[in-house]
Design a protein around this ligand. Sequence first.
Ligand SMILES: C[S@@+](CC[C@H](N)C(=O)[O-])C[C@H]1O[C@@H](n2cnc3c(N)ncnc32)[C@H](O)[C@@H]1O
Length: 493
Amino acid sequence: MAPRTSTSTADQARAAALEVLEAVRTRDAYANLLLPRLLRDRGLSGRDAAFTTELSYGTLRGLGTYDAIIAACVDRDLDAVDPVVLDALRIGAHQLLAMDVPPHAAVSTTVDLVRSVSNEGASRFANAILRRVGQGDLQEWIKRIAPNAQDDPEGFLSVSRSHPRWIVSAFWDSLQAHRGAQRAHQDIGELLDADNARPGVTLVTRPGLAQVGELTDLGALAARYSPYAAYLAGGDPGALAPVRDGRAGVQDEGSQLVATALALAPLEGRDEQWLDMCAGPGGKAALLAGLALERGASLLANEIAPHRAELVRRALRGYGDRVVGTADTHTAEVDENADADTDTDATDAVRTGSLQVIAADGIRAPWQPGSFDRVMLDAPCTGLGALRRRPESRWRRTPEDLERLTRVQRRLLSSALDSVRTGGLVAYVTCSPHLEETRDVVRQVVKARRDVERVDARPLLPGVPDLGGGPDVQLWPHLHGTDAMYLALLRRS
Ligand SMILES: C[S@@+](CC[C@H](N)C(=O)[O-])C[C@H]1O[C@@H](n2cnc3c(N)ncnc32)[C@H](O)[C@@H]1O
């Protein structure tokens, strides 16, 4: 790679975006974690911060389409292009094809950027390529480079909507399973477009600590479906007093709906002990905590990774002394072959009606079987339902991830069912619509046991349209404005 020189001649925002792309490519960085730090360090705020964010996120989302266009303009394989120069070309292409930046500014600033991180030859190369890119608009380019939509619909969508083909295919299958072939055919483009749009910020109130009215008084808009949600049009949510105090937070409306559904589900008999089995970083736990306390129940929030268990504690901070002292770590071993450590009965500490956080492996649970009345299993998954929030993740995930994840998901679901009493409820949730980690995991686990009944989850999301044929619920960004959350509700019989 060409040696790096000073970036003093490049404009700050573009330089920051280039740094994000490079960190994502070389260090597996997460743009949504890195960017806020970078903006702070560089003193970029207001319009500059918004511009940097759009450059970074927009380029990462559109990368598949931009690479196909750049490839058509370069007379060598893209692998042969200096990676940092290619990143800069991608940022330039995004400005030329999807942003309101005058073409001459998009080209000249990108050329300056390349010169600042590479050399004169590379900047001349960038100039030539971007001039070619600028000869067509996005639609003209797609017509020219994408496969024919009739002959190869998945290939067309993959290039035109900038998603890997295997993800297009998985989304299409899931839409078909939940909405039928005809609707799937109509919907698939809209779903992929929704992934490419900037998501809004949704706030959540912690039940018993804040009301939606408090958020609307601060300028947010009451949400469509969740009684705890409000949409924030702009600004920093962390600057709002209820968020600062831990009485409200930021949470996708779909996450709120699936957590609320578990709390709303009718239950015969005792309703005192709730478990959030995979709780980190604590969004659903914080909502469930308020709902549990409202009816005098306790919540045990469990998370395998100790640092994420710490985030759960932070998420629960608004509940103050309702969060009881916690035995720190039980079996926080990620090693799946490690011996079970069931010496401690973690339910002991929550018998009095309170909130508790522990760090333990949900598969080798440190609580007695049949202890809980309601269990939330928000399983580790591919996250394919939240691509609009994690712009790089569509390029990082692979079909191979599914095999490892579905193995863990099946084991966690079995453990969740063992953890709930007879008649108790388990919510199996993923932020992915992929059939292998949603419908198939549930089917396989239910089939292997004789003590599970499916519960129709749809009535537990009152007022939410387009929930399909049930009994499971699949939410969709293009239909509901939420992440593509999946919910299956199971009763132990
Ligand atoms: C999808 S996230 C949960 C999100 C969380 N419910 C929320 O709403 O903020 C899945 C979590 O499960 C944790 N996890 C993975 N394997 C686990 C296991 N065997 N036992 C407990 N937690 C696990 C991961 O560390 C991750 O924090």
